[in-house]
Structure formats: structure tokens, C-alpha cells
Design a protein around this ligand. Structure first.
Ligand code: HEC
Ligand code: HEC
Length: 154
């Protein structure tokens, strides 16, 4: 009896990050961290489907009004990482909730326009205009462990 309780506790600690609703696997690739973390946090690939990342990597020269283009070899390596870890490929942690709202052929480019994001982030205008926040994409302004994939602290 006692032994099975301990075994269960161990199992729970081991699997809980993957089951936690507000967790997504963090970016572990140093190239992605560096190149896609230069202007904003390197967003976790689980928040968008593979076809969105493919489109984004095709359009880096006009990335939300910025030129974020990279040499072909780096573009290829980053594309491979993002698509292999995309939300519709891994379906880990919170990814399935985000994917549920993406239309079957859709290639959304903004995590912050996903209805699941909008549902959890209905704050007054003054919150978004706070100089520490400025933009919805600034996840670490409110989620201290955002770069580790944890979004439960608010
Ligand atoms: C030269 C600066 C720059 C670089 C480098 C850059 N980005 Fe961006 N990115 C931006 C800007 C500006 C926005 C728009 C932010 C906003 O609307 O608040 C953005 C937005 C995004 C968004 C949407 C965020 C949201 O609001 O949901 C994603 C996803 C994204 N970038 C991924 C990437 C990836 C992947 C890379 C690496 C290949 C990358 N970015 C590199 C400047 C950059
Ligand atoms: C202005 C502060 C702020 C910003 C910026 C922000 N969030 Fe949040 N976020 C919150 C708060 C507060 C909650 C809790 C809301 C709730 O539980 O209803 C939350 C909830 C979440 C949740 C759900 C966690 C849960 O409890 O179910 C996720 C996932 C999340 N945010 C991801 C993001 C991502 C990704 C970004 C950046 C693209 C981001 N957030 C930007 C404040 C923010």
C-alpha cells in the first residue's frame, strides 16, 4: 500500500510537466534561442502548427514589418526545429488547447490572436499600455518563467 503511494507520487512528479495545462516545452536549440530571441522572447513552437512556422520562415524578410531574414542554412535549421516541435506535431502540455482553435488549413502567425490566448488575457487597456508590458507578445513581462515554458504564474 505504502509503496504504491510513493510510486504514484514519483510518477506524478515525473509526468506532471507534460500534463500541466499551462506548460509548453521550452526552446532548447541554441540557434533558435539566439536568432529568434534577439528582438523578443524565443516563442515556444508548441503555440503554432507546423504550417504556420513554415510560412513564417518563408516570409522572414517581412516579419511583422521587420527584416528578420537569415542565411539559408540557419533558416533551414530553425525551420526544422520549429516544425518538428510544432503544436500539431507534439501536442504536449497546453499545445492541444491552442491547436483546437486553429482552422484546419489556417496558417496564423500570431500566438496572441489565438482565441485561447484572448480568452485568458482579457485585461483593461491600461494593463497593455503599461510601459513594462507595451505589447501582448511580451510574455516575460507577466510570466516570469515564460522562457522555461511555464505560464501558471501571473
Ligand atoms: C528583427 C527583430 C525580430 C527578429 C530577429 C525576430 N522577430 Fe519575431 N517579431 C518581431 C516583431 C517586431 C514582432 C511583432 C511583435 C508585436 O506585435 O508585438 C514579432 C512577432 C513574432 C511572433 C508573433 C508574436 C505574437 O504576437 O503572437 C512570432 C511567433 C515570432 N515573431 C517568431 C519569430 C521567430 C520564429 C523568429 C526567428 C526566426 C523571430 N520571430 C525573429 C521581430 C523580430
Ligand atoms: C499583461 C500581462 C501578460 C502578458 C503580456 C501575457 N500574459 Fe499570459 N497570462 C496573464 C495572466 C494574468 C494570466 C492568467 C489568466 C487566467 O488564469 O485567467 C495569463 C494566462 C496565460 C496562459 C494560461 C495559463 C493558465 O492558467 O491556464 C497562457 C498559456 C499564457 N498566459 C501564455 C502567454 C503567452 C504565450 C504570452 C506572450 C505571447 C503571454 N501569456 C503574455 C498575463 C499576461
Amino acid at each position: 500500500m505504502r509503496r504504491s503511494v510513493i510510486a504514484l507520487a514519483v510518477l506524478m512528479t515525473w509526468i506532471s510537466p507534460a500534463l500541466a495545462e499551462d506548460w509548453v516545452p521550452p526552446v532548447t536549440d541554441p540557434l533558435v534561442q539566439k536568432e529568434c530571441g534577439a528582438c523578443h522572447m524565443a516563442f515556444q513552437p508548441a503555440f503554432l502548427p507546423a504550417r504556420s512556422w513554415n510560412r513564417m520562415m518563408d516570409e522572414l524578410s517581412d516579419h511583422f514589418g521587420e527584416d528578420a531574414s537569415l542565411p539559408a542554412d540557419k533558416t533551414q535549421a530553425i525551420r526544422a526545429y520549429l516544425t518538428a516541435n510544432a503544436g500539431d506535431v507534439q501536442m504536449k502540455g497546453r499545445a492541444w488547447k491552442y491547436m483546437k482553435w486553429v482552422s484546419p488549413g489556417g496558417t496564423p502567425q500570431k500566438i496572441t490572436e489565438n482565441p485561447d490566448f484572448e480568452r485568458k488575457h482579457r485585461f483593461a487597456d491600461k494593463v497593455w499600455k503599461d510601459p513594462k508590458v507595451v505589447t501582448k507578445s511580451n510574455c516575460p513581462a507577466c510570466h516570469r518563467a515564460a522562457d522555461k515554458g511555464y505560464y501558471e504564474d501571473d
